[in-house]
Design a protein around this ligand. Structure first.
Ligand code: FES
Length: 105
C-alpha cells in the first residue's frame, strides 16, 4: 500500500448540493461526498458496514448520515457507526481548490 496520496478532482462546487450525498468513483472506490451547510465537505466509503447500503443516498443530519436501508447512523467526521450499532467506514480528506472539489486518496 502506498503512503503517498494523490488528489483526484471529483467535480465542481456547484455540482454538490448541501446535505445531499453524491457518489463518485475514484480509482475503483465508490465514495459518498457530502457538502454540509457549514461549507465543509466530508467523504466516506459509499458502503454501509451493515449490508452495503449506499450512504450517498442517505439522509444527512448535522455531521451524520443515516443509511437509506436500515437507518444506521454514521459519523461523517470519523466514519464511526453510532450506538447501539457498531462498525466504521473509511473516511477521505476532501480539498476544495477554487471551484474544484478533490478527494485525497
Ligand atoms: S445496510 Fe446500512 S443500515 Fe443496513
Amino acid at each position: 500500500m502506498s503512503l503517498v496520496k494523490v488528489q483526484v478532482n471529483v467535480g465542481k462546487l456547484n455540482e454538490f448540493q448541501e446535505d445531499v450525498g453524491k457518489a463518485v468513483e475514484v480509482q475503483g472506490h465508490s465514495i459518498a461526498v457530502f457538502r454540509l451547510p457549514n461549507g465543509r465537505f466530508k467523504a466516506v466509503e459509499n458502503r454501509c458496514p451493515h449490508k452495503a447500503g449506499p450512504l450517498s443516498e442517505g439522509i444527512v443530519s448535522g455531521e451524520f448520515v443515516f443509511c437509506p436501508l436500515h437507518d444506521w447512523k454514521i459519523g461523517l467526521k470519523d466514519g464511526h457507526v453510532q450506538a447501539p450499532d457498531h462498525g466504521c467506514v473509511k473516511t477521505y480528506e476532501v480539498v476544495v481548490e477554487g471551484e474544484d472539489v478533490c478527494i485525497m486518496i
